[in-house]
Write a protein that binds this ligand. Structure first.
Ligand code: NAD
Length: 482
């Protein structure tokens, strides 16, 4: 279903994120017929460029980051036809008159994507309002990082609130745009099977892993000021945890869902220092020039910033009292893999012989590389070998279930940008959620500083420091294989 016609201004339209994600996502929605031909995309950035040279840059980006763009030559030409460019200064007046002229908001949705450094969010919001571009039709999309602690997040929320209503602010967390994350809600709340078991009585523990094989790459300077806790846990892992742990909302609408998520964050217990492990990756022993150790990669030989974190936390409410939530994320790990696992308890008593084998049901929700949901079920090993039990996956991977066409997964950015145009905030973080998440994260980070904590080294392409494995071994559990 096509969305309404819109004007979308991409501030930072020449940047890495715009070229890799935002513009390819728009192109794919254009090819799918969801983005109307009358919509317009205006790139706005600091470089001095003509419409033609910007359009050329977009075409190059699509060829590089949107496989198949070439085979849609007609569509590519039409898409490039809706693109224009304004040279603009977020900190000054240059370009704003030209931008204002380009926006013809009669009966159109206006969206402003802030794909720029967070220090420019406030100045952009202020100038949008100053030039009459912040009316009711307008909405802004704000990228991460949203602050670096509670204080800065509050200040940023307060600044944006001066110019825009909360209903106009879309704080993006692309993890929430993944098909499987939404499917998680469908599985939980669309089936009778799971919800009665979804509590501490039947669930032994929950694991959330977001592992990357890449290092900090070209983002060393930013990353060394952030670290895994700020860059990944405070936003992506917390959001996933909320969707797993929240109570059923009364309706699937933005505030009902976000109210429930907020309650989870507020019920998170503080993390004990011995329930958290930090790490920094070592160089690749075979190719240290290409894959240096963390400190070399960020150019800070004394850095105490973590590229890996694993922790155990609890949610202090009736549903989850006593159920541990184990979270881990890191760079330069064994595989690229994001997975949530709900590990159920063993049956209370086994009627089978001791050597028959015994397995726990695990519902695992895979976010990357291949999205899908599987449920491990115990069955009898087929054949005449007697009653031997094996664990087999009930596979709900959509690519197979939906066939080759229906299985084409829509990139998270495609869905989220279309949601912005449709005015649906369900998959975007509300200001109070972000603040509550920082409120939980800040004391952890402050504790490291106060104690002079030094991250433990871990081997490149491994599972992280040994202490991470020990965190679960101490509880007679183990991490799922990455
Ligand atoms: P980038 O450095 O590649 O691009 C920055 C853009 O901002 C450029 O287009 C530049 O012209 C523009 N710009 C800079 N100063 C300006 C000014 N005064 N006025 C107008 N425009 C100005 O950055 P990026 O990697 O594309 O990241 C953009 C935002 O998205 C950042 O907030 C970043 O944290 C966030 N983000 C990026 C990624 C990613 O993968 N690149 C992922 C998640 C979030």
């Amino acid at each position: 279903i096509p969305v309404d016609p819109f004007d979308l201004v991409v501030f930072g339209g020449t940047g890495d994120l715009a070229r890799r994600k935002i513009l390819p996502a728009l192109f794919r929605r254009f090819c799918a017929g969801q983005m109307p031909e009358t919509a317009r995309i205006i790139g706005a950035a600091r470089s001095d460029m003509s419409d033609a040279s910007y359009t050329q840059m977009v075409a190059d980006a699509l060829r590089e980051f949107s496989p198949g763009a070439q085979s849609h030559a007609d569509r590519l030409r039409d898409f490039l036809g809706v693109i224009s460019y304004v040279r603009i200064d977020a900190m000054g007046e240059a370009g704003w008159a030209e931008l204002t002229q380009k926006i013809t908001s009669v009966d159109r949705v206006e969206a402003y994507y802030f794909s720029v450094a967070p220090s420019l969010f406030g100045p952009l919001a202020e100038r949008l309002q100053g030039h009459g571009l912040a009316d009711r039709n307008a909405r802004i999309v704000v990228e991460k990082p949203f602050g670096r602690d509670l204080e800065t997040a509050k200040a940023l929320n307060a600044t944006l609130a001066r110019y825009f209503d909360e209903t106009q602010i879309y704080r993006i967390d692309h993890y929430l745009g993944k098909e499987t994350v939404q499917n998680l809600m469908a599985v939980r709340f669309g089936n009778m099977l799971f919800e009665p078991l979804w509590n501490s009585q039947f669930v032994d523990h929950i694991q959330i892993t977001v592992a990357e094989t890449v290092g900090v790459g070209g983002r060393g300077e930013y990353y060394d000021r952030a670290g895994a806790m700020r860059d990944m846990v405070q936003n992506h892992l917390m959001q996933l945890l909320c969707l797993i742990a929240m109570e059923p909302p009364a309706r699937f609408d933005p505030d009902a869902v976000r109210d429930e998520k907020l309650k989870v964050i507020r019920a998170l217990e503080p993390v004990e220092p011995h329930h958290i492990v930090r790490g920094q990756y070592n160089a690749d022993p075979d190719d240290a020039d290409t894959y240096p150790d963390y400190r070399t990669a960020v150019g800070n030989p004394r850095s105490r910033t973590e590229s890996f974190v694993a922790l155990k936390t609890h949610i202090a409410n009736w549903r989850w009292a006593g159920t541990p939530f184990y979270l881990r994320t890191g760079k330069r790990m064994r595989e690229r893999s994001s997975e949530i696992s709900i590990v159920f308890k063993e049956t209370p008593h086994s009627i089978f012989a001791e050597d028959a084998g015994r397995h726990r049901n695990v519902l695992s929700i895979k976010l990357q590389p291949n999205e899908g949901i599987t449920l491990g079920v115990t069955i009898k090993e087929p054949g005449p070998g007697g009653m031997r039990l094996i664990d087999v996956p009930l596979d709900m991977t959509f690519a197979e279930a939906l066939g080759p066409d229906g299985g084409e997964t829509v990139d998270a950015y495609e869905r989220l940008i279309m949601d912005v145009i449709r005015g649906n905030q369900t998959l975007f973080m509300r200001g109070d959620e972000v603040e509550a998440a920082w409120d939980w994260t800040d004391p952890i980070i402050q504790g490291w500083t106060d104690r002079g904590d030094v991250p433990k080294p871990y081997d490149s392409l491994s599972d992280g420091p040994d202490a991470s494995a020990q965190l679960l071994v101490r509880d007679k559990r183990e991490w799922r294989k990455i």
